[in-house]
Write a protein that binds this ligand. Structure first.
Ligand code: AMP
Length: 193
């Protein structure tokens, strides 16, 4: 199964992505995680994207397209994958279609998590912490508001594109992690049938 998970910052994408991947045995392809790993490793790519990420802006479509194309060509992605945080712009939708089309593949489902913006901001400000108790460097209020704006302006429009392709499933992301996961599971079970 080939799935895209979309949603504003604070919707719980990362958490739900891990649950979906565990339940369906899919590799979790998170462009945000890949970029953070590049920064942590001190690579040239990391140096190139760090400032953009810290400001809450998107890195260039062409650059992220190359990273995803490379990742999806690895053998573990041959039978399926969950894309978390990509595509984020209409141009990235086209890049993904081209990459999949070249291999004779297409997406099965695009899940869009939805929740009121103020709920998402409150969740983020409450503090997203990693296992070491550190928060993300882009989780401060100014950057959070900027990321929300970027989501509304650049990412939300791609819902329309996936609606036209009859791939879009909107899922209410309020409530507990279990509640949201069971809503997602219902729509993915429908996609498999
Ligand atoms: P995320 O962990 O998905 O919230 O991504 C964190 C940051 O990484 C974003 O705010 C962007 O700066 C960058 N990023 C991640 N995925 C993409 C993407 N598909 N296109 C452009 N920038 C991205």
């Amino acid at each position: 199964m080939r799935v895209v998970l979309l949603g504003p910052p604070g919707a719980g994408k990362g958490t739900q992505a891990e649950r979906i991947c565990a339940a369906w045995g899919l590799p979790h392809v998170s462009t945000g995680d890949m970029l953070r790993a590049a920064i942590a490793s001190g690579s040239a790519l990391g140096k190139e994207v760090r400032e953009t990420m810290d400001r809450g802006h998107l890195v260039p479509d062409e650059l992220i397209g190359r990273i995803v194309e490379e990742r999806l060509s690895q053998s573990d992605a041959a039978k399926g994958f969950l894309l978390d945080g990509f595509p984020r712009t209409p141009v990235q939708v086209e890049i993904l279609e081209r990459v999949l089309g070249a291999r004779g593949r297409r997406l099965d489902r695009v899940v869009m998590l939805e929740l009121p913006m103020e709920t998402a901001i409150a969740r983020l400000l409450l503090g997203r912490r990693d296992a070491a108790g550190k928060s993300r460097s882009d989780d401060n209020e100014m950057t959070i508001r900027e990321r929300m704006k970027v989501y509304e302006n650049e990412t939300r429009p791609i819902a329309e594109l996936y609606q036209q392709r009859r791939l879009l499933a909107k899922v209410d992301a309020t409530g507990t992690i279990d509640e949201v996961f069971s809503r997602i599971a219902r729509t993915l079970n429908g996609a498999e049938a």
